[in-house]
Design a protein around this ligand. Structure first.
Ligand SMILES: NC(=O)C1=CN([C@@H]2O[C@H](COP(=O)(O)OP(=O)(O)OC[C@H]3O[C@@H](n4cnc5c(N)ncnc54)[C@H](OP(=O)(O)O)[C@@H]3O)[C@@H](O)[C@H]2O)C=CC1
Ligand SMILES: CC(=O)N[C@@H](CCC(=O)OP(=O)(O)O)C(=O)O
Length: 352
């Protein structure tokens, strides 16, 4: 029997990518795709790449077809998910939220960074954090709850937090990092800012240039610190670069207190990602490339030990809309529904 799926915010970049993945998923059936702006219009007229794959039309966000869904993806802006997730969970849905509304463990930290009070700390306590390679046990526990027919909630990790944490976690969890500052320089393609052009993301301002933004105050700082357990130690500088999809994060930190060399560092990363379906550890001599993961749920990771400065430099490339958003959301939905983790995600990027 198919699992009925709804995508709220389907007209956006993350939402329409979920639609693309669900249409090819062996067990999911797309029954609702919402948008206020494009309501009534067919999905394939708004996004011609879908021509021939679906006859569905966008419906309003409160359309009754959402009530038929077993799984609902919320690909909506922050604070909108806080408004809609509770009733869906209470109705027995598996809700996979892509916004930041259910990522931060502490509601007061959420209020400090997102400037609105967190109205459902009770739900926050019961949700799983959606980054399977680092929080698999929590997602599998939710699958147990889901099997009883109860509603469940996943708060998916953000795009920069996903790439940064996949790069840094193996070394930091192995006790490296010396308790010191962790420096992250990351680059995102313009689709990370969503489908509405602004004076930063309009083609004329974004192409043929690159710039840092959110320096010292980006809202992903508390999320990355929470995932990696490095509260107060992160220096995070995101950059916008003139391509559509792709996110590269490079993490630098002191190697101590334990001794490490290139060989032992590579052994730590290889062990950590052994058997991982989506994360490929490349070693230290091959560097990840965003172009190699475009359109997929893959992440490429490298790690280099620099003996001259006793520093570790770890890098991760993802597609911000893939592993950074829609791909990861489908991966989480698969796990909580008790399906194979890679269902609908068996994708190869374009080699050239
Ligand atoms: N783009 C990316 O790389 C990533 C995005 N995300 C997260 O995914 C979510 C969607 O992002 P993205 O697709 O880029 O954003 P877009 O701006 O491209 O799309 C936003 C979507 O949300 C809908 N929407 C807007 N306001 C509301 C509302 N009040 N209630 C319900 N739906 C609403 C819009 O539909 P309409 O206006 O037609 O109603 C649109 O479909 C965000 O929370 C974002 O942070 C996460 C990781 C990476
Ligand atoms: C290029 C760009 O603007 N990127 C966005 C991050 C992507 C995103 O939507 O954030 P979440 O992963 O938290 O959902 C930003 O810096 O706010």
């Amino acid at each position: 029997m198919s699992v009925k799926v709804g995508v709220v915010g389907a007209s956006g970049f993350a939402g329409i990518e979920i639609v693309r993945l669900v249409l090819r998923h062996p067990r999911f059936e797309l029954v609702a795709a919402t948008s206020s702006e494009l309501s009534g219009r067919s999905l394939s007229s708004a996004y011609p790449a879908l021509d021939g794959w679906t006859d569905l039309a966008f419906v309003p966000h409160d359309d009754e077809s959402i009530d038929e869904c077993d799984v609902v993806f919320l690909a909506v802006p922050h604070t909108a998910a806080l408004a809609s997730a509770p009733s869906l969970v209470e109705r027995g849905c598996a809700v996979i939220d892509l916004s930041a509304d259910f990522r931060l463990n502490d509601p007061q930290v959420y209020e400090a960074w997102y400037k609105v009070p967190h109205t459902r700390p009770d739900l926050l306590e019961k949700r799983a954090f959606g980054l399977p390679e680092l929080f698999r046990a929590d997602l599998e526990a939710l699958a147990g709850v889901r099997a009883t027919g109860a509603g469940v909630l996943v708060g998916c990790a953000g795009c920069y937090p996903t790439a940064t944490s996949l790069a840094a976690a193996p070394a930091l969890r192995a006790g490296l990092g010396a308790g010191g500052i962790v420096v992250v320089d990351a680059i995102s393609g313009v689709s990370g800012a969503g489908r509405k052009a602004t004076d930063k993301t309009h083609f004329c301002f974004a192409h043929e240039g690159a710039s840092a933004y959110g320096v010292g105050n980006h809202r992903h700082i508390p999320e990355i610190e929470q995932i990696l357990g490095i509260e107060g130690r992160l220096v995070f500088t995101p950059h916008l670069a003139p391509y559509s999809r792709g996110l590269l994060s490079t993490v630098t930190f002191e190697a101590g207190p334990r001794d490490v060399d290139q060989e032992s560092l590579e052994a730590i990363y290889s062990d950590f990602y052994e058997g991982s379906r989506f994360v490929r550890f490349l070693g230290g001599s091959v560097q990840p490339s965003t172009a190699s993961v475009t359109g997929t749920n893959a992440a490429q990771v490298s790690a280099v030990y620099d003996p001259r400065t006793n520093t570790i430099i770890a890098t991760c490339a993802i597609d911000n809309i893939g592993k950074g958003a829609a791909g990861q959301a489908v991966q989480c939905a698969n796990i909580v529904c008790g399906l194979p983790e890679a269902a609908g995600l068996e994708l190869v990027s374009t080699p050239v």
